[in-house]
Design a protein around this ligand. Sequence first.
Ligand SMILES: C[S@@+](CC[C@H](N)C(=O)[O-])C[C@H]1O[C@@H](n2cnc3c(N)ncnc32)[C@H](O)[C@@H]1O
Length: 467
Amino acid sequence: MRDYEPYFTEDGSIGLYSYADKDVFHSKYGALTEAWEKFVIPSQLTGKEENLRVLDVCYGIGYNTKALMSFFINKNIKKLKRKNFLIKIFEKLFIKPYNIVSIHANNIISKKRKLLLPIFSIDDNNLNSFLPHIKIDCLEINKEIVELSPLFRTVKTPYEIYSDIVPRIFDCFDSYYKLRELFADVYSRFAPKNRKEIRDLLEIKFKHMHIDTEYKINELVNYILIEKLAEIFGDEYPDANIKKIVTGKKFRRFFDKSLFKYSRFNRFWGYKLSPLSFLSAFLHNIYYLHLSRRYKRADFKTAQSLFELCFYIDDARKTILNLEGQYDCIFLDAFTYTKAPQLWSTEFVAELYRRLSPNGVLLTYSNSVLIRNTLLENGFFVGKIYNKKNDKFVGTIASKDKSKIEHPLDNYELGLCATKAGIPYHDPNLSFESKDILALREYEYRHSSLMSSSKYIKIRNMKDEEI
Ligand SMILES: C[S@@+](CC[C@H](N)C(=O)[O-])C[C@H]1O[C@@H](n2cnc3c(N)ncnc32)[C@H](O)[C@@H]1O
């Protein structure tokens, strides 16, 4: 029996369903989109923070961490380029960019033309001194899932990647035939019957998937579209509109030139997309998509030097007790509270409170009354995460600093939190099994003298009508 079922989410990124947990890891709406909209964007970071500490509770395959990394790379791309440039100069001069004389890199950059005159060398700390440093602690109970995420770098060479990671993925998803079936499914969903449909499809793709310049679309989906287009039109696209959409600069991030080349190459030599290339597209989707473009723009290693990732593979309830210091940003991305009440309990939230810095923010996708009340009872200021694009509240933000809350809960919502619906979960000693945590709350709920949420809503509606 397979443990996980991969599926394409609406933004083309891959989501997983866990049979054991009977829950999805990512919303169908878009795994990557969600990471941006519910975690990275609402975190109110500028990308210029010098020293940032982030806690990713429930890392999974790491979309939230990866989106955050993407964000910082984007925001610091110029500085990264500068650093690359300096390193290259030093390499050309056969000087190792370490030790000897210490000159602040900013000084060097401002003297562009005289660059080579007063400089002997620069130490690595100085090269990094104008770049942020982001430490991300990732908590995840499931080792296998973390290893699925290529970000967990247990392997070094392509051979090791092939011999180590690939079989694991095959194990996880039963066999690569499953992946081929998945491909066939996507292919059929993305195989339009006529030209008009192709245009519609591209329009849809443009309108709905072009959510922000930050988001990326699964290249495999793009590849399939390119193949289909080529199958119908050949390399010449007779319809001017289609040609514009397919090859135009504006759309280039959807249809990368290299994909066209790859598709043309495959057609020329009579190749079909092989399971292995599919697999690499799969891996690409999960991870490389976020960094490979940067690889072209700035050296991957340089970009990497911004980050320090630490993985803690254990029950987050145990790990949290041993974490030192405070975090500027906490992502709480546990399964829904009925499935994983242990990560929403008042005792666990109290631990998160202790570990959040005075100006830090905690973010979660959950809009539930129970969660919001648990946060309130622990002393947080609580607000809603607002998504401008679809004019919806898409999650919850909590902070010790009131000024971080742009959309606080209104009186109606606060009232709702004070009903039975807001009764928190309890997990004394952070060691209860989920069924016991659920049973404990059920008991408390039945014996509570608080108003039920339905009665509260009824009364509020009546009052509104009177007004
Ligand atoms: C909704 S998924 C998180 C998705 C993830 N943020 C991503 O980008 O892929 C929830 C994750 O919580 C993990 N999890 C469940 N119980 C946990 C626990 N007690 N401690 C740490 N992680 C846990 C699951 O293995 C799963 O990977």
